[in-house]
Design a protein around this ligand. Structure first.
Ligand SMILES: [Zn+2]
Length: 201
């Protein structure tokens, strides 16, 4: 598996990969799943291990809808580079086990995203050793700043190019702006001719 950070979709053409980080969260994940279903959009969910363990029903719902999963560590430490190699391995492999158990085994868990994008060559190698492709993004919706729905929409619309990977959040705080933005973003993507895809493996 390629240890390079994935920065594009798996398919050429007018494709986009939506990614949602820091969940699952019963307040927002179901709303986002329902919107994705409405637009036949597939996405990738970067899950925190203990939250996956706490909400296996949501993990099941994500998988049943045909989306893919991404390992987003146990503790979401944005200074992961400062941890010992053993602790880095636990952040990745520990969350992988939690997510896989929550999914009932055979989870479509293909990616690893370092919290805050704090990737190092060593961290990428650990991910690859566990069968996970390091996952980046090309468009930060900056929804985590809660800048207002118009700002979230303009961030994505101005930065997105075919093959892009969009970073958004379905947890980690009040994500009502993300949900509202998606209600406009999804039909805009469809109208703009975008096909929903997964990040490259
Ligand atoms: Zn995160």
């Amino acid at each position: 598996m390629d240890p390079a950070i994935a920065h594009s979709t798996g398919k050429d053409g007018n494709t986009v990969a939506l990614t949602f980080d820091d969940g699952p969260d019963p307040r927002w994940t179901p709303q986002i799943l329902s919107l994705l279903a409405q637009y036949h959009a597939r996405a990738t969910f970067c899950l925190i291990g203990p939250l996956a363990e706490a909400h296996p029903d949501l993990v099941h719902d994500i998988v049943a809808a045909g989306h893919r999963l991404c390992d987003h560590t146990v503790h979401h430490d944005e200074a992961m580079h400062a941890l010992s190699p053993e602790a880095q391995d636990y952040e990745i492999a520990g969350a992988q086990g939690m997510i896989d158990r929550a999914a009932g085994g055979h989870a479509p868990l293909r990616y690893f995203r370092a919290p805050g994008g704090d990737f190092t060559p060593a961290i990428r190698q650990i991910a690859v050793r566990h069968g996970l492709r390091p996952l980046g993004w090309t468009v930060d919706a900056e929804d985590w700043k809660r800048p207002g729905v118009p700002a979230i929409l303009s961030n994505v619309k101005s930065e997105l190019e075919p093959g892009g990977i969009v970073l958004m959040h379905d947890a980690g705080g009040d994500r009502s702006q993300t949900v509202q933005a998606l209600k406009e973003l999804l039909p805009w993507l469809v109208a703009s001719g975008y096909e929903f895809d997964f990040p490259e493996l």
